[in-house]
Design a protein around this ligand. Structure first.
Ligand SMILES: Nc1ncnc2c1ncn2[C@@H]1O[C@H](COP(=O)(O)OP(=O)(O)O)[C@@H](O)[C@H]1O
Ligand SMILES: [Mg+2]
Length: 369
C-alpha cells in the first residue's frame, strides 16, 4: 500500500502588485509537485482579498473563480481545514485537514508575515520563513540593521520617515547629501518588484525620488548607488542551510526596474555567474550567513550588488518567497546545482514539517509553583 499523500494547500494571487507573478509561480509549483506524494488544494486570493478554492486548479490559476467555492481558513487550530463561505457545503476533497501550506505570494500581504501569522495560529506547517523573518526581510531598513549587526557588507544608507520629510524637507536633504554621494537610490522600505524605486543623479532627482517613494510607504531608504553587477544565490534549509551556485542578472534597463523584471522580457540570466571561484565561494558564505542571521527558514533568494569599480560584494536583500516562474532564478539555480524542481518542492515541504515539529517540544502554558 502506498503512503498517505500529503495534503498541500498552495496559496497564490494575493492583495499585492505581484498578484500576476504569483499566479505564474504557483502554476509551476503545482505542475512540478509529485502527484504520487501530494494532493494539492489550490487557494486563490483575489486582488480584493477574497479566497477561492476548487478541485481543479487550472481556472483559479487564470484568475477564473466561476466554478470555485468562496472559502476561509479559521485561525482555530482544531480545524486546520478550509470552510465554505457559501450555503453549499465544500466537496469532501476540499474539506479534508491540511498537512502543509505553501504560500506563493509575493510582496506585502503574503511575503511579510501576515499569512504566516494566520498559518501559525491555525497550527499548519508552512513552507518558508516564519512571522518574524518574513516581516524583517520585507523591510529594507530593519533588514539592513540586522545585516549590519552581523558584520555583513551592505551599502551606505539612511532611513527617513514621512513625518520628518513633511516637517523639514531641507533638513532631510542636508542630512542625505552630507553623508551619501550621488547617484542615490530611493526606495519604499516595505515593497518589492522595484515599485517606487528611483535612481537620482542630483538634488532634483533625489526630491522626485523621495516623493515617489513616500507615496508608497511612510518609511523610505536612501542608498549610495553602486555601479553594479547583480548576483543572486538560492539558499535552502532551516538552521543549517546550504547555498546554490550564484547566478547573474543582466537587466535590460539602467537598473533592474519593474519593466526590466516583468515587461520587456529582455533581461538576461546567466547561470552560473561568470565570476572567479573565490568570489563564488564568498557569495555562498555570505548568503548562508545572511539567511541565518535573519532567522530564515526553508528558502530564500539572496541578492548581491557587485561593485564593478572596486570589486566589493554587497548584500542587497533576501526574498523569502522568491519567484517560481519558468524563468525564475531560485529554482533554476537549484536545477543547475543538481536539485530538480520536484525534489526541491519535496525538500521545502519536509523543511516546513521539521520546523513545525521543532516547536512542538515547547511549553504552551506556564503554571507558577
Ligand atoms: N544601492 C544600489 N545601487 C545600485 N543599484 C541598486 C541599488 N539598490 C537597488 N538597485 C537596483 O534596483 C533594483 C531593485 O532594488 P531592490 O533593493 O532589489 O528592491 P526590490 O525589493 O524592489 O527588488 C536592484 O535589482 C538594482 O538593479
Ligand atoms: Mg530586488
Amino acid at each position: 500500500m502506498s503512503a498517505k499523500k500529503i495534503r498541500l494547500l498552495v496559496l497564490f494571487g494575493g492583495v499585492s502588485g505581484e498578484h500576476q507573478v504569483s499566479l505564474v509561480s504557483a502554476k509551476n509549483v503545482i505542475s512540478a509537485a509529485d502527484r504520487m506524494r501530494y494532493e494539492i488544494i489550490p487557494l486563490l486570493i483575489t486582488k480584493e482579498g477574497r479566497w477561492f478554492s476548487a478541485n481543479d486548479p487550472t481556472p483559479l490559476l487564470e484568475g477564473d473563480t466561476s466554478r470555485s467555492f468562496a472559502v476561509c481558513l479559521p485561525a482555530d487550530p482544531n480545524e486546520r481545514r478550509l470552510h465554505s463561505l457559501e450555503e453549499k457545503e465544500l466537496p469532501e476533497y476540499l474539506a479534508h485537514p491540511i498537512d502543509c501550506a505553501f504560500p506563493i505570494l509575493h510582496g506585502p500581504n503574503g511575503e511579510d508575515g501576515t499569512i504566516q501569522g494566520l498559518l501559525s495560529l491555525a497550527q499548519i506547517p508552512y513552507v518558508g520563513a516564519g512571522v518574524l523573518s518574513s516581516a524583517l526581510l520585507m523591510d529594507k531598513g530593519y533588514m539592513k540593521l540586522v545585516f549590519q549587526d552581523a558584520g555583513l557588507p551592505i551599502v551606505p544608507h539612511q532611513v527617513h520617515s514621512y513625518h520628518r520629510w513633511e516637517k523639514d524637507r531641507q533638513a532631510v536633504i542636508v542630512q542625505i547629501e552630507s553623508d551619501l554621494p550621488y547617484p542615490l537610490f530611493t526606495k519604499p522600505c516595505n515593497l518589492g518588484s522595484s515599485v517606487g524605486i528611483s535612481r537620482a543623479g542630483d538634488r532634483d532627482g533625489l526630491v522626485r525620488g523621495l516623493e515617489d517613494a513616500f507615496s508608497y510607504d511612510n518609511r523610505v531608504i536612501v542608498e549610495k548607488g553602486v555601479n553594479a553587477r547583480e548576483l543572486e544565490c538560492s539558499v535552502l534549509g532551516n538552521i543549517n542551510p546550504r547555498a546554490s551556485i550564484l547566478g547573474e542578472i543582466v537587466p535590460s534597463n539602467e537598473f533592474y526596474d519593474y519593466a526590466a523584471k516583468y515587461i520587456d522580457n529582455n533581461s538576461e540570466l546567466i547561470i552560473p555567474a561568470p565570476i572567479d571561484d573565490s568570489l563564488m565561494k564568498l557569495g555562498q558564505e555570505l548568503a548562508v550567513k545572511a539567511f541565518v542571521c535573519a532567522e530564515g527558514r526553508g528558502m530564500g533568494r539572496v541578492d548581491f550588488l557587485l561593485d564593478k569599480d572596486t570589486g566589493e560584494l554587497f548584500l542587497n536583500e533576501i526574498n523569502t518567497i522568491p519567484g517560481f516562474t519558468p524563468i525564475s532564478m531560485y529554482p533554476k539555480l537549484w536545477q543547475e546545482s543538481g536539485l530538480s524542481y520536484p525534489r526541491l518542492i519535496d525538500e521545502l515541504v519536509q523543511l516546513a514539517q521539521e520546523e513545525f515539529e521543532s516547536h512542538s517540544r515547547l511549553k504552551k502554558s506556564y503554571t507558577p509553583n
